[in-house]
Ligand binder design. Structure first.
Ligand code: CP
Length: 355
């Protein structure tokens, strides 16, 4: 089965990612050719969680394509404040807009929204789960700056446990030949097992490191991430983790001259500002590449009938997902949708095992 919703980048084939990158690069070369490509179309941005880049780059992308935007960036200014559920909000807005981009702090919310939307839904981040358009941003950046998506040694550093950008990126890049990863984090914030399972299944080499200074010397790409205060249960736990990994001039001096530094942003303290002028620091340019990637995505979802994303087979199960961060815990009407993985029943919304 196929659809037009981008919930998880796993639904997009390597060929489709290649098509999107090619289109993004064409838009960059001649933006004027696309000035009226989405005349008359409306993008709704439903942001239940703060955002600078994702929300504004989607809005700018649609405006640059000739379309218009509606939406909210604070659900308390919408009828969500009166208790409206997700199903009703999405059912109504999909009658106003041609495409919906949404962010929500709860895992699986974009997937849930797609069940009730008559127009494509794009996941712009669902809790600590996934952030597929950040990964498209990263892929466009790598393609433009490294001229390849394969045979790269990528160091990912920071909160690898809760970092949805990192999970999406590792999953996506592990599909390309010869890529290897250095996973740099504290033991408490190491990548979830399902991510290393994917790496092993795909025959992708990886190392685990607890030292940025040791790991940085032979990387093609260093992908820094923020320690996310909002994902911790207590201030004490956050305080113990913040500032453990900081890329400063001394560590950067150990890196190769052609290594690039990426960061999904926002940055807190994990890259010192004196590095911003180093030619290897690409994080601000990366945010701009993201806008072109999102322009390409909007065009492909709205105008290319053949650009369909794969949908995994699901079934209804008797048991409800018991992940406290899953949307099924908040939206009571949702069905108990699941899929099978290695004989286990997995929640179709948050991808956690149902047991
Ligand atoms: N990278 C990213 O998602 O940034 P925002 O939170 O500002 O959208």
């Amino acid at each position: 089965m196929t659809n037009k919703n981008l919930i998880d980048l796993e639904a997009m084939s390597v060929e489709q990612v290649g098509k999107l990158v090619k289109k993004a690069r064409k838009i960059m070369q001649s933006p004027a050719d696309y000035r009226h490509a989405c005349d008359g179309k409306i993008l709704a941005t439903l942001f239940y969680e703060p955002s600078t880049r994702t929300q504004m780059s989607f809005q700018t992308a649609m405006l640059k394509l000739g379309g218009r935007t509606i939406g909210f960036d604070n659900p308390m200014n919408s009828s969500v404040a009166k208790g409206e559920n997700l199903k009703d909000t999405v059912s109504v807005i999909s009658g106003y807009a041609d495409i919906i981009a949404m962010r929500h702090p709860v895992e699986g919310t974009a997937m849930a929204a797609s069940l009730y939307s008559s127009v494509p839904v794009i996941n712009c981040g669902d809790g600590g789960h996934l952030h597929p358009t950040q990964t498209l941003t990263d892929i466009v950046t790598l393609s433009c700056e490294k001229n390849r998506l394969d045979h790269l040694k990528i160091g990912v550093c920071g909160d690898l446990l809760n970092g949805r950008t990192v999970h999406s990126l590792i999953k996506a890049l592990s599909k390309y030949e010869g890529n290897s990863f250095v996973l740099i984090s504290t033991p408490e914030l190491s990548v979830p097992l399902y991510i290393t399972d994917i790496l092993e299944k795909r025959g992708c080499k990886y190392e685990i490191s607890h030292s940025l200074a040791d790991a940085v010397h032979d990387l093609d790409v260093l992908y820094m991430t923020r320690i996310q205060r909002e994902r911790f249960k207590s201030a004490e736990e956050y305080e113990a983790q913040k500032n453990v990994f900081v890329l400063d001039r001394e560590k950067l001096d150990r890196a190769r001259a052609d290594m690039i530094i990426m960061h999904p942003l926002p940055r807190v303290n994990e890259i010192t500002v004196d590095i911003d002028d180093d030619p290897r620091a690409l994080y601000f340019k990366q945010a701009q590449y993201g806008m072109y990637g999102r322009m390409a995505l909007i065009l492909l979802l709205l105008q290319d009938e053949d650009f369909l994303l794969s949908e995994r087979p699901t079934e209804l199960c008797a048991q409800r997902c018991n992940n406290p961060k899953c949307v099924t815990q908040y939206e009571a009407y949702l069905p108990n949708r699941s899929y099978k993985k290695l004989g286990m029943q997995m929640c179709d919304f948050c991808d956690k095992r149902i047991d």
